[in-house]
Design a protein around this ligand. Structure first.
Ligand SMILES: [Zn+2]
Length: 92
């Protein structure tokens, strides 16, 4: 779906806290505590909390990322969920 490279005018102020759909999805999942960040390595970890995931999906469908449809926003959450493990690969 190519959400990566967006042309931005040089010098234009960046007001939005999240510039990509994926960044927004991660921010939302952190906010509802569906994922957490490894304090030592910065990896995102699944907290395996079904209620938190449900809450994130509800928020995403009600308040999707700017320019995205609710379906796209929820799909972005799923993408993050699939890329995140429940243990940090560097914590042994
Ligand atoms: Zn770690």
């Amino acid at each position: 779906m190519g959400s990566g490279a967006q042309a931005r005018q040089p010098g234009a102020p960046v007001r939005e806290p999240y510039r990509t759909l994926q960044g927004w999805a991660i921010g939302l999942l952190l906010e509802v505590h569906a994922i957490k960040e490894c304090e030592e390595h910065g990896h995102m970890l699944d907290r395996t909390d079904p209620d938190a995931w449900k809450r994130a999906r509800e928020i995403a469908s009600k308040y999707p990322f700017r320019g995205a449809t609710p379906a796209e926003a929820v799909r972005a959450l799923d993408d993050v969920m699939q890329s995140v493990g429940d243990t940090c690969p560097e914590c042994k």
